[in-house]
Design a binder for this molecule. Structure first.
Ligand SMILES: Cc1cc2nc3c(=O)[nH]c(=O)nc-3n(C[C@H](O)[C@H](O)[C@H](O)COP(=O)(O)O)c2cc1C
Length: 370
């Protein structure tokens, strides 16, 4: 039963979708980090991304810091974050309480918690819990930006519709930086807004067909130092993958060219080092900024696959766990026809938490404020 992640900077998540509140404990952050509440509110609003392509559940995400922050800065002790749940409609779930929702954690949670789990709104497995993660991650993301480390995630693909690619770091670093800053404030984070319109149309079409769609997020981190990551088992790739796979609906993670490496030749994908003014960089970045599990100083680049939302209103076969018989289910609660645009902010938050952790492991807790 492990709800804590991170070694030096660690987050613990708690709460259920329809419980009194959700929250997080963020431990190990340096003292003296400035808290910008309006920045945190912006990041939370990007996760909630309210519109006709998202759930009608309307949470204001009024976060409260109950410890670890005084006079607008971190004290260095555990930061307690509480976000009350305001807009719960548990009645939606009572009708189907004993029916295992396909694609959800209903059966697996039942096997693990013997039926004692809070199933309302997906309970502890709900995407709702990610609001607390985003709140904690925003503290880290803001602190990293003061160190010139910028995280940006775009929707690389949604419902099979592609976005443009990130600008090339070597030939166009300024444009890449501009792109990252722009997408990190967009509620539908795409590089090409025309493609974004097509994606949103596809999401609406899926909604009208009582269905849902998925997609691929791509994250780029600029400004990261070489030398981060702990081989063998806490390589930078493995901790990032660990964090990302903890996010509900994430079903794939790849780095750099990822699965596209498979049909390439070494000569096409080797990243050659080059010396420039006494500093090493690389002629290409097919490995996504990581070799041997350690950052090489190039931008981090990785992809996260988000599955189509499981809750759909079409009739689907399932099992009534109480009566132990086969039946069908139609899910009529309030749901997102796609999660991918909201999950981008969760990926940013998780990335920020991980980077604060790996930097603290290498350079000590106070690195972030020096
Ligand atoms: C921000 C966010 C919002 C989500 N909203 C929904 C939703 O409205 N409906 C749904 O079926 N799943 C939603 N999910 C995903 C489910 O929580 C997840 O698919 C489910 O718990 C099963 O876990 P798994 O897909 O990781 O196996 C959301 C996930 C995230 C990250």
């Amino acid at each position: 039963m492990k709800n804590t992640f991170g070694q030096s900077v660690a987050i613990t998540l708690f709460g259920e979708s329809h419980g009194q509140a959700i929250g997080a404990v963020l431990d190990g952050l340096a003292p003296g980090i400035k808290i910008d509440e309006s920045y945190i509110r912006t990041r939370l609003s990007l996760r909630s991304a309210r519109s006709n392509i998202s759930t009608p559940r309307s949470e204001t995400d009024q976060f409260e810091f109950v410890s670890g922050i005084h006079n607008g800065v971190t004290t260095g002790t555990p930061i307690g974050i509480i976000i009350p749940n305001m807009d719960t409609k548990s009645r939606d779930y009572q009708r189907t309480e004993h029916l295992l929702r396909p694609g959800h954690a209903d059966y697996t949670a039942y096997t693990k918690y013997h039926g004692y789990q809070d199933i309302r709104g997906g309970g502890h497995f709900s995407g709702r819990i990610t609001a607390a993660l985003v709140c904690a991650g925003a503290i880290c993301m803001h602190a990293l930006e003061q160190k010139n480390i910028f995280i940006g995630t775009h929707i690389k693909e949604c419902a099979g519709i592609p976005d443009d690619a990130f600008a090339d770091y070597r030939s166009n670093a300024a444009e890449l930086e501009q792109q990252i800053k722009e997408i990190s404030t967009k509620s539908f984070p795409v590089l090409n807004d025309i493609q974004g319109e097509l994606m949103q149309e596809a999401i609406l079409n899926a909604k009208n067909e009582l269905d849902s769609v998925g997609g691929i997020l791509e994250t780029c981190v600029l400004g990261i130092d070489a030398g981060l990551g702990e081989p063998w088992f806490d390589t930078l790739e493995s901790v990032i993958a660990h964090g990302l796979f903890s996010i509900p609906a994430v079903k794939g993670v790849s780095f750099g060219l990822g699965f596209d490496f498979a049909d390439k030749k070494g000569s096409q994908v080797n990243d050659s080092p080059v010396m420039n003014n006494g500093k090493i960089s690389f002629l290409s970045n097919h490995n996504g900024g990581i070799n041997g599990g350690i950052s090489n100083g190039m931008p981090l680049l990785y992809q996260t696959v988000i599955k189509p939302t499981s809750s759909i209103s079409q009739s689907q076969p399932t099992v009534d766990i109480l009566q132990k018989k086969n039946t069908t289910i139609e899910i009529h609660g309030r749901h997102d026809p796609a999660i991918v645009h909201r999950a981008g902010e969760v990926v940013n938050a998780m990335t920020a938490l991980i980077l604060c952790d790996v930097y603290a492991l290498r350079y000590g807790t106070d690195w972030i404020t020096k």
